[in-house]
Design a protein around this ligand. Structure first.
Ligand SMILES: O=C(O)C(=O)C[C@]1(C(=O)O)C=C[C@@H](O)C=C1
Length: 355
């Protein structure tokens, strides 16, 4: 995907960060236009509204369908904003192209489904249109599946691609509706630095109160933009009302965000990075030494017919190190995952010796 072009929409200068906003769902022409007018007044340039809504269970509001596309056209005409919606199958794409939408996005359930992604890529290729497309992460935390969805579009001739990080589904009650698992979009950034990443704090948080802090966190991590749900009357929204905010609130949140975009690092940062380099080397040396001891223990176990995994010893290692880590200001979760990775590798080396 070397040839990916910067996310550009014809006829609009994209702000930094890129801001996309609008209601979760288009409900009525009045609601669509009223929300759009208020957002345009606040300086938003790209409008979003769900026309077809994938619902977990049948019987919910499933979107207004094609008539909503005409309302979006009216939004563009009256406010000058660019218009976007989610597409999930061939007929959605055909209708969206017919109504000349400026930007499309692919939802998380669709990007998780290679058949649906291929169908969308095929219809875009047949249309010969290089419309910008944003791909939400798949519901499950699978980076390859996400990249696969992007590749299908890229191979179909779509060169203005971006992604939306909307968090990952988890079972049970959590503070987030969809767990952010930031390391996954960050890994994508490292592998494809040319692909812009837009954060969707509305779907990650699932609650209005979390939108501001999640947005700032995303910008601090170098994300390129935000897609935030906004509704002229959120409490009466037909879908996802807890995570929608008024254009007024949106504007306050945006005004308070700090967008960090400093270019070359100063000397003080270079110095600090040198210290990190040094410490990482020391960590590596210690790790290598630990693995060598583990190999020796592995030989001992093989010669004395002992099982590789020693749960009591592992439990002791875990609890004593976590206690020590805490007293040094190191987080428990972090320490637990490091120790568990070290133990896994240590066990793998010892199993090798037994072969
Ligand atoms: O103490 C041992 O028996 C080891 O092999 C070391 C070690 C570790 O890496 O800490 C590895 C495997 C065991 O399950 C417990 C601990």
């Amino acid at each position: 995907m070397e040839n990916i072009q910067p996310l550009a929409i014809d006829g609009v200068e994209l702000s930094k960060p890129i801001i996309i906003s609008g209601p979760c769902s288009a409900e009525t022409e009045e609601q669509v236009l009223e929300t759009a007018t208020q957002l345009a007044r606040k300086g938003v340039k790209i409008y979003r509204a769900g026309i077809w809504k994938p619902r977990t269970k049948p019987g919910g509001f499933e979107g207004v369908g094609v008539p909503g596309l005409a309302w979006l056209n009216k939004v563009r005409k009256e406010t000058g904003m660019k218009i976007s919606t989610e597409v999930a199958n061939r007929s959605h794409v055909e209708a969206a192209l017919e109504y000349d939408l400026d930007l499309l996005w692919i939802g998380a359930r669709t990007s998780a489904n290679p058949f649906a992604m291929q169908e969308i890529a095929d219809v875009l290729r047949e249309s010969g249109r290089d419309i910008p497309v944003l791909v939400k992460n798949p519901v499950n935390p699978d980076l390859e599946l996400w990249i696969g969805a992007l590749e299908r579009l890229y191979n179909a001739g779509i060169t203005r691609l971006g992604v939306i990080h909307r968090g990952f589904s988890t079972y049970g009650e959590h503070i987030y509706r969809n767990h952010p698992q930031w390391r996954i979009p960050l890994e994508l950034r490292i592998r494809y630095p040319q692909i812009p990443i837009i954060c969707d704090p509305s779907h990650i948080g699932g609650k209005r109160e979390l939108i501001a802090s999640l947005s700032q966190q995303a910008l601090d991590m170098g994300f390129d933009g935000l897609i935030i749900e906004s509704h002229c009357n959120p409490d009466c929204a037909w879908s996802d009302k807890n995570q929608q905010i008024t254009p007024e609130v949106l504007s306050v949140i945006l005004d308070n965000l700090v967008y960090r975009d400093a270019p070359a690092p100063a000397e003080s940062l270079v110095q600090l990075r040198r210290q990190i380099d040094q410490l990482d080397n020391e960590l590596l040396e210690v790790l290598a030494k630990r693995m060598n001891i583990s190999r020796e223990i592995g030989t001992y176990k093989r010669d004395h017919n002992m099982p590789v995994v020693q749960p009591n010893r592992y439990g002791d290692v875990m609890s004593t190190r976590i206690l020590a880590a805490k007293s040094m200001g190191i987080g428990e979760e972090f320490m637990r995952s490091i120790l568990s990775a070290i133990h896994e590798e240590s066990v793998r080396l010892q199993v090798e010796i037994n072969k």
